[in-house]
Design a protein around this ligand. Structure first.
Ligand code: LLP
Length: 432
């Protein structure tokens, strides 16, 4: 049973991804190795885009949340599918610009953008800047005035929606560092202030209620709350907000028992709510933006490791140690996130054991997972962890001075390197 459709087993009994033999990939590129299947990325982009066309008359833009996984090649692929991009730092912006991304389709986020970042965004004519707080609004106004520019902006709003997900990835509730609160009147005052600014153009509102959300109801709720606010702005300030960014957060299947709603269902239901609410409130239907990250990148990726030590502690547990860990796969130590794994070179064999897969970092908590059903694994075997395409490479570190792994893209059986493995000299490149 595989969590994504790009995985299969070939005649050698080896796991394949996008038609490529993972055992051969491990031999060719070494491990640990991130492998991304290009067609899975493309198909997720198309499904989102097509569903906006189908359910919302094409009046919207899918902005890939590049925090999930950013590199030049990923930006090029996403751009070639006609998507926009959500960037959250000058580093993500720089990557997109260098990849030749259409800057007019980029939205720039962040709860504490520096002046350098704002200047970079204005100078590079980034499509719109999602302003998080008043200090940022005032700084941006100054920066734009000095350059004789008038950037489009959105306001990030906390819609007060409590999505059922891990506390650290919830962002839409009032006690959050992100955005303007509705309940307190803060958001309304900020809108008045923005309208009075001469060098920014308030064109939209943004919300993002959290990540890895399975339920569609909170997305519908958030859309209604935001449209109510747009109606209030129209009625009380006589100002039309034409853009509505509904954020990302769509859940994916990490485990076989996970059953997220299809992306199309989300778009169908949310489009309906937007249309109905607009006609009830007498406002124009906004152009909508969505910002999926995980749902585009995660299912496309796997991580390959080589097994080193096998340690059986009688009546307690068996540790299978791999040549990577929390430095390349930090989601277990951060959130206790669960994954499915397989012994890639024994993919047809039965899963006869429940093991703890351990990383090689000097921390007891450095695990890939506990009680994972697995084929009998020994030194030299290749382990593949599924659905690692989002928030693994992008959150990787050099802890213990480990070199970051390479990223390889596969496409219909062919592979190519997208990010080189770090060398030992990379580890000391900034040391003096
Ligand atoms: N838009 C905004 C404003 C966001 O803050 C995020 C994610 C997204 C879009 C994309 O959300 P997605 O579709 O990927 O769920 N490191 C955590 C996830 C943090 C998500 C942060 N914001 C993890 O590994 O689960």
């Amino acid at each position: 049973m595989f969590v994504s459709e790009n995985l299969n087993v070939n005649e050698k009994g080896h796991l394949t991804i996008g038609g490529a033999d993972t055992v051969e990939l491990a031999e060719q590129y070494d491990t640990p190795l991130y492998v991304m299947d290009e067609q899975t990325v493309r198909s997720a982009c198309r499904r989102f885009k097509n569903s906006i066309d189908k359910y919302y008359g094409g009046q919207g833009l899918v902005c890939y949340a590049s925090k999930a996984f950013s590199c030049l090649e990923m930006c090029r692929i996403v751009a070639s599918e006609g998507l926009g991009l959500d960037a959250v730092s000058i580093g993500e912006l720089y990557t997109a610009v260098k990849a030749g991304f259409d800057v007019s389709k980029i939205g720039f986020h962040g709860n504490n953008k520096t002046n350098e970042e704002l200047e970079f965004a204005v100078d590079n004519k980034v499509g719109h800047i999602i302003v998080d707080n008043i200090s940022e609004l005032l700084r941006l106004e100054e920066i734009a005035k000095y350059r004789n520019a008038k950037p489009d902006i959105m306001f990030r709003i906390k819609p007060g929606i409590d999505a059922h997900t891990h506390d650290f990835v919830k962002t839409g509730q009032i006690d959050s560092k992100f955005g303007f609160a509705l309940e307190t009147g803060e958001a309304f005052e900020a809108v008045k202030q923005a309208i009075a600014c001469e060098n920014v153009n308030l064109m939209g509102l943004h919300c993002h209620i959290g990540s890895q959300i399975f339920d569609i109801d909170p997305f519908e709720e958030a859309a209604k709350v935001m449209l109510d606010f747009i109606a209030k702005i129209k009625n009380e300030l006589n100002y039309e907000i034409n853009g509505l960014n509904l954020g990302g957060g769509f859940g994916i299947k990490y485990l076989n028992e996970h059953d997220p709603a299809p992306l199309e269902t989300y778009m169908e239901r949310v489009s309906k709510v937007v249309k109905n609410t607009c006609s009830e409130r007498g406002i124009n239907q906004p152009y909508i933006f969505i910002e999926p990250g995980r749902s585009i990148a995660a299912p496309a990726g796997i991580t390959l490791y080589t097994v080193g030590a096998r340690k059986e502690i009688p009546n307690i547990r068996t540790y299978i140690s791999i040549d990577g860990g929390m430095a390349d796969s930090p989601r277990y130590i951060l959130y206790k996130s669960e994954y499915e794994a397989i012994v890639a070179n024994k993919a047809n064999e039965e899963r006869t054991e429940k093991v703890t897969i351990a990383g090689k970092c000097c921390e007891s908590g450095d695990l890939i997972g506990e009680n994972m059903p697995l084929q009998h694994a020994e030194s030299g075997d290749i382990i593949a962890v599924y659905a690692t395409g989002a928030y693994n490479y992008s959150m990787s570190s050099n802890y213990n001075r480990l070199q970051k792994p390479a990223v390889v893209f596969v496409n219909n059986g062919e592979s190519r390197i997208a990010v080189k493995r770090e060398t030992l000299d990379d580890i000391i490149r900034n040391d003096i």
